[in-house]
Structure formats: structure tokens, C-alpha cells
Design a protein around this ligand. Sequence first.
Ligand code: ADP
Ligand code: MG
Length: 466
Amino acid sequence: MIDTIWQEFLSIVAQEAGTHVVHTWLNAVTLKQWDALENVIYLQAPNTFVCEWIKANYLPLFHTHLCRLLNVDSLRVHFTNQEATELVPTNKQIIPAVSLNKTSQTGPAQPIDVVPSVRKAATIRQKNFLNKNYSFQNFVVGPSNQLAYAAAVAVSEKPGKLYNPLFIYGGSGLGKTHLLHAIGNEIQVAHKRVEVLYVTADHFVNEFINAIRFDKVTQFKERYYALDILLIDDVQFISNKEQTQEAFFHIFNALYQAHKQIVFSSDSDPANINGLAERLRSRFEWGLVSDIQMPALETKVAILKRKAELAQQQIEDEVLYYIASRVISNIRELEGALIRITAYAQLVNLPITLELAKKLFQRHREVKEAVLDFQTVVNCLSRKYRYTLTDLRSQHRNKEISHVRQLAMYLMKKLTNKSLQEIGHYLARKDHTTVMHAIQRIQRDIATDTAFGLQVQEIEQELLNE
Ligand code: ADP
Ligand code: MG
């Protein structure tokens, strides 16, 4: 169970801090032990450098998310250093713990600079980077995702023939990555020799940059030309990367002309990806573009049932309904809630009942809501940017006001326990997808614009001090 929590933690960090943080640093760390009595988590890093870097840069992430996932108020993180504990002879290379291979959800593992032997291992080994757990069988179909699902199944049955490319878009945690892997898995099982590759656009960009750095662009491209099926996740990450887009354009054309299947996922439809070359945008639209939405209650319950079954957990329907009706914004959160409840029940050694579930959710709500409500967020932003609540609720779309509005949505999601729907409603938006996109936009801006990132950090700090 603690392993599941660790994986969940890594996927949250990948979303929040970027997949490179997980690839480069956290995948090198092994979770050794969780002391539920003393609230200490024991981690092992391959060497002092990794250990110190993580401590200096990512400790707050551990506190924020692991506390939530483990349902504790505080947590101590204890690092051991493999180099020191194992007394390895100095001429021996240290390979980070097993977790390097667990990255199939986000793409091939990035080499860790301080451990050269890993880089070698990662490049010699040809691998499709598919996660076998993501299959069509494990995907619960409902009205919100049935088109994307049907298209994905069709593509896996007749790759390169029906919809090429297939472009699936939707908010975070709604099953895009799952479908991409499912397509790959299905094809790979039926045709062992077909060359399939799953890669996140983020990784593609990094790989390309390295190829330039080491003068290996030709090899880089050739590797892609040799593929039969290319699955590119979160393609929005190539926006504003002109040189990468150029390289990708050629790869796309070569594969497309050879009738090789290409599948994309993205957080928005091609028309709404900013910083994308027009010729790529139009190619993304050549085949089938299908969206995926947040499922309604019944599908959420069905998903929880399936996940509980997979984890061999017996959970009453009323508990599943309770969880499904609480967790709104995405399926990843839904899974997170299930994991949290099962872990908690195991920890306190009680059966999973409605009462227990309520207690757990109540506790989270109190912790968070004691901190903040919508009005506090708006007041703080009004002081900073001089827009009133009425402005934020208006339909004015000039650049600045839109951005402050988006920032408000982001802060509300992050610092209160309210759903996307509630936030949208409060700010007079018609539906929650606006809120979802606003949050993604701000996350992206924080990642790309350091000054803005700092500004947001300051505001958050101010809010938390109120
Ligand atoms: P996205 O790529 O859209 O952000 P993911 O594919 O990573 O979302 O999905 C998040 C989690 O939710 C995954 O663990 C995935 O298995 C699960 N999930 C999403 N949709 C479904 C579904 N329809 N049935 C079962 N599990 C799902
Ligand atoms: Mg994804």
C-alpha cells in the first residue's frame, strides 16, 4: 500500500513540478519504510549529491503531498545515502534503486547526471515504455469518454488505417495517458514485432535537446523513423519550442506517409494550444480529434469499483458512492481518495465503513477550510491587482484581467477544498472546464516564468498567513 502512495506522490509531483523532477531526481530515490507511529518516512538516495539536492529543493513537496496522502498532519523525512550505508568500493558505479524502470507512465527514464552507468543502460535497452496496467479492460467506459475510447480501440485494431493521427484531449487525470498505453499494449500483444513507442512530449523535448548537445540529431530522428506506432503524451509541452517542433514535423511526415499510426494526447484541442506552428496544428487535426470529459457519478462509482477490485479490496457500495460524490475534479483524485481510505483503514486496523470515510474526509476539509475561503483569495488579489470581485465575475477578457481571474481560480483550487464546479460558479463561469484550463495555464506560466512563479509563491504565503 505504501508503494501505491509513493507512486501516487510521484505522479502528483510530475504534474506539479514537472516530469523532469521525477525523472531526474525522485526516481533515483527508494522508499524504504514508513513508520506510522512516529510519522517518519525513510528514503534512500543513491549518493550524497542526489540526497542533498532533493533536500534543498523538493522537501516542501514531500510535506505537502505525502502528509495529505498519508493522512497525517506532520511528517519527518529521513534520508539515507546508499553510498555511505553500503560502503561500496570507490571504483564501483552505483546504480540508483530499482525505481528507474517504473517510469512508464511519464516516459523513458532520464539519466541522472551523477550516475553515468544509468545513461548507458537507458539507451542500450530498446523499450516501448508501456505500462501494462493501463489496458482497455481496465478502462471504465461512460458517456464522458466513450468516443475517445471507441476511437482508441479502433486505432488499436487497424493501426494507421482509420484515424491518423488520433488526437485525444481533456483535463488532467481523466484517462488520456491510460488510453495511450492501452492502444500500445493492445497492438504490442497482437503484433510482437511491431515497434511501438510511448513518450511524453516533455521527454521528447529533452531528448531532442540532448541530441543537439551531443551532435546526435540524425540518430535521434532515425530512431523515430523506425517506429510503427508513436504515442505522444501531453503534446502541448512542445509549444513554444520551435526547433523541436521543426524536428517533430519531419518525423510526423515520415511516419504519416508510411501509414504508421500516431496518437497524441493534450490538455486542450489543437486550436487552443498556444505557441504551436500552424503546420503542426493543422496536422494534429488531420485525423480524428476527440475529447474526454469528467465522468458523471455512476461512471465514477464504476471506476472506483474497478480500482478496488484490482487492489483486491472489498468496499461497500455506499462508501464508493460517498467517495465518488465528494471527489470531483478528476479521476486521479478519485483514485487518490480510494488509496487514502484503504491505507488509513489498514493503518488504524479498522474495516472501511461509511463512518470511517466520512471521518477521513471531514478531517481534510477542516484542515483546509480552516485556512481559507474564496473571499479571502479575492480580497488578497484585489489588494495586489486592483480588480474587484465584480471585475473577476465579469465577462471582460482583456489580457490582464483574464490572467488575474485565472490566478484566482488556481489559488482557489490549490488552497481551498472546493471543486472546480464550485469555483466556476463563484466566479460566474458557465462550466468547470474554464477553471480547469485556467489552472493549467497558471501552472504552465509558473513553470516557464520564474518571476511570475515567485509572485504566486508570495501571494500564497500571504494568504496562508492570514
Ligand atoms: P490523464 O493522462 O488524462 O491526466 P490518466 O490517464 O493518467 O489521466 O488517468 C489518471 C488515473 O485515472 C489513472 O490511474 C487511470 O488509470 C485512471 N483512469 C482514468 N480514466 C479511467 C477510466 N475511465 N477507467 C479506469 N481508470 C481510469
Ligand atoms: Mg496524462
